[in-house]
Design a protein around this ligand. Structure first.
Ligand SMILES: NC(=O)c1ccc[n+]([C@@H]2O[C@H](COP(=O)([O-])OP(=O)(O)OC[C@H]3O[C@@H](n4cnc5c(N)ncnc54)[C@H](O)[C@@H]3O)[C@@H](O)[C@H]2O)c1
Ligand SMILES: O=c1ccn([C@@H]2O[C@H](COP(=O)(O)OP(=O)(O)O[C@H]3OC[C@](O)(CO)[C@H]3O)[C@@H](O)[C@H]2O)c(=O)[nH]1
Length: 387
């Protein structure tokens, strides 16, 4: 007989039913995969799309058949939502518009998606005494305090001015016409509402702030499995350029800094939250990899090298070109300068640490991108353009 799975305090983990909203997206697909492969939990997978989890749903002879059930629904207007939350033990809300190209060009959809549409989810969890894990973002921190110091100030090197701490750092956004911040602001308000439901009505919640999780199945490749004019997040933008043999576009010189964490490391952290409610309830967790910091320019250079290795193609002579943010994203774009997560809380509560280096995670991700898309791109490029 298989030995019982234990939580971090040595107690047996009981199988639960999870209502996962946004299960068909990038993070949702990896979380579903992990739950099916390594746990006995059941999942109601809610989304408007299911392409990224098709391999988990069909055929119905899969070892986990019966443990995952897809419900095609839009949480904006579907009366089935409350019933599904009621019969589950835990709700995980991943649903959101979360690509920067949308924040300044579709600010209303962005605010509705990240605040208004999440309200009923919080309400149903609170009214029915159901636990909620809500996905927020590292963008709630906005810009660092250090970014307001003079360029030559020695304090810019002091971690007190740039490391982002859940219980201390302020949220610093740009002015209202910088509509980039519509997303961060909506996420901040829903965090505050969830926190208040916890304080006033006893809602059991955990808030997750992902710091640039990347890996296979992130977003789409324009013109292949997404709109030709669409602008996904940076991993897919740069993958698309590499697959097409075009220079990678650096927005405003590619000077912004990011820390990237491998999706598989990050999913380990989410599983710990799911299975250790006593340690995760009432907490806000940064989930990122502070050791994987690069400027966007360095990311472009590293991706070019890695892609050359995995595809066997020589790197481009001119691997990058500069483009202004106005040209690339349009009016109202702005940027976070630097994102280093403080790891004290997640370390203390869950003992979690990321493992994968940026080079290694890019190698496995770009191997996947090449295997999945290279042939399709070749066909599209070879097709004569209709006159
Ligand atoms: N990937 C990251 O690094 C990252 C960073 C910060 C925050 N986040 C947050 O994590 C969550 C998941 O992100 P992701 O990267 O998987 O994004 P994603 O776009 O791949 O997934 C979101 C999913 O939600 C679904 N969805 C959106 N609106 C819906 C609605 N009204 N009804 C039903 N389904 C709906 C979409 O169809 C999509 O499948 C989001 O809340 C995002 O803000 C992610
Ligand atoms: O072709 C490109 C695309 C982007 N950039 C620049 O890269 C930086 C990162 O961009 P991106 O991954 O698209 O998004 P952000 O990190 O800015 O924001 C995300 O962080 C978390 C999340 O909440 C959800 O994923 C989202 O808001 C940025 O500086 C771009 O300007 C580029 O140079 N070239």
């Amino acid at each position: 007989m298989a030995s019982a799975r234990l939580d971090l305090d040595g107690n047996p983990i009981k199988p639960i039913t999870i209502c996962m909203i946004g299960a068909g997206g990038f993070i949702g697909s990896h979380l579903c995969e992990k739950l099916m492969n390594e746990t006995p939990h059941k999942v109601f997978a809610l989304d408007v799309y299911n392409d990224k989890i098709k391999h988990l749903l069909e055929p119905d002879t899969l070892p986990w058949a019966g443990r995952i059930q897809f419900h095609r629904l839009n949480i904006k207007h579907d009366s089935r939502l409350e019933g599904l939350i009621k019969i589950a033990d835990l709700t995980i809300n991943l649903a959101a518009i979360c690509t920067p190209a949308d924040y300044n060009t579709r600010p209303l959809d962005t605010i509705y998606s990240n605040f208004i549409d999440a309200l009923p989810v919080v309400k149903y969890c609170s009214e029915n005494n159901k636990r909620l894990i809500h996905f927020s973002t590292c963008e709630v921190y906005g810009k660092t305090i250090g970014s307001f110091l003079p360029k030559d100030s020695a304090l810019r090197q002091d971690p007190a001015y740039y490391v982002l701490k859940e219980d201390e750092s302020p949220c610093i956004f740009g002015s209202i016409e910088k509509q980039r911040w519509s997303y961060a602001c909506a996420k901040q308000l829903i965090e505050r509402l969830i926190y208040a439901e916890g304080a006033e009505n006893g809602l059991e919640f955990t808030i997750v702030r992902p710091f640039n999780w990347i890996g296979p199945r992130m977003d789409f490749i324009p013109g292949i499995d997404g709109p030709s004019e669409g602008v996904p997040r940076v991993l897919a933008c740069f993958s698309n350029n590499l697959l097409r043999g075009e220079p990678l576009k650096l927005v405003d010189g590619g000077q912004s800094q990011r820390t990237f964490v491998y999706i598989k490391d990050a999913i380990e952290a989410v599983l710990l939250m799911i299975e250790n409610p006593a340690r995760a309830n009432g907490q806000i967790f940064n989930v990122g990899n502070p050791n994987n910091e690069v400027t966007v320019r360095q990311l472009a250079e590293m991706m070019s090298q890695v892609y050359s290795k995995v595809s066997g193609e020589a790197p481009l002579e001119k691997p990058t070109i500069d483009v202004s943010s106005k040209e690339f994203y349009g009016e109202g774009y702005d940027d976070s300068d630097k994102r280093i997560p403080d790891m004290t809380i997640i370390n203390r509560q869950l003992g979690w640490n990321p493992k994968t280096s940026l080079w290694d995670l890019l190698e496995s991700t770009l191997t996947y991108q090449h295997r999945t898309y290279a042939e399709a791109i070749k066909k599209v490029i070879a097709k004569p353009v209709a006159s």
